[in-house]
Design a binder for this molecule. Sequence first.
Ligand SMILES: O=C(O)CCC(=O)C(=O)O
Ligand SMILES: [Fe+2]
Length: 393
Amino acid sequence: MSPPEYLHLASPLGPISRPLLPHPPRDALPSEIPIIDLAPLFSTDVSLRRQLASLIRQAATTSGFLYISNHGIPLSLFQTAQNASLNWFRSPLAAKEPANTSNSLKNKGVVGYRPRQTQHINPWESVDIRESFSWRYDPAYDPLHSPSSLGDIPAHVKKYVEHDSDGFPWSVMPKGFSQPVIQLYQAILSLGRQLARLFALALGLGEQDLDEKFTWPDAGLAVNYYPPITLPSQEQQQHDAEGEGQKPKVSIGSHTDFQLFTLLYQDNVGGLQVLDTDGQWLNAKPAEGTLVVNFGDYMQRITNGKWMSTVHRVVNNSGKERLSMAFFWGFGLHESCGVLESVLEEGEEKKYGEIGCWEWVQRRIEMMREVKSGLEDSTRVAYLGSMNNADYR
Ligand SMILES: O=C(O)CCC(=O)C(=O)O
Ligand SMILES: [Fe+2]
């Protein structure tokens, strides 16, 4: 019998290992990653919205991944932003360099462009074979806030949100890119707030109970460009046999998202894979007109571990370039939350304490750093190799 294989990754609790089944990835069944029709969300009939919320709760507590259809954002808005992004990513490196995150110091290197193979989300896998353009929430682009009210951002919020004047230098980006991407981002801000009401229902809360925590949300965007992974030649494989080349080649390594939920638009190329609770990789194939929704670590925490923050990665072996846009949603970074009473059964104890959203994100970043430095230590890797964390999915 071949020895069990493990997937190693960073988690909020530190490095963890998950056993893997010895089978190649297979397509997810509709029961594993359901397509949920969002139309009832826009109905005036609250009983329809409640039925929809129970479908969401079912998916959140069993797979942590689902697709939404009829979400109300026209496909053309995504396609225009997709084409604009492709055009930009295909331009020469020198044209993209002015947008490099390292030039965006005021944003602490978060906002902007990251060139190919400069990110490594999971050190047990290859460097990420992707380029990306990311930015964080800026109230100047939020339809909820009128330009004249921007001066009134409360001080305890202001230190966490960027304002246009000290934000990313959009002038370095061609308008052909920024206009459609910002337009899409604004539509996503509205959809995210509507979804937050649905999730509130699904969490046993009143529909509007979470609204305030999303007034200045932590709503970031990553536009991901994945060139095809070219499998190494035999010579190269031999050369790599002792080093990095042994690691599985990934477009973005296995990880969980940090915050509450992610809305993902993917083109029709495919490559997104989701790890089920048995250790089987499932292909989350593209389905036109849908968005993928997955839940993150903070959601898992505030639901006492019930809503799953599911491990996923991208392997683009299609031979074609792939583009995705991931919108990450969290409460405002100035907010704080503990386990929600509404999710607890009678007598159930809270597993986790309250933690601020900013502290949470810092902790997750710290854990990823720790995992990278821990890799240098061979005893630790051996320990990881034999560890099976059953509690943390
Ligand atoms: O491109 C994708 O399909 C997934 C991207 C992703 O997981 C991320 O950006 O966190
Ligand atoms: Fe992700």
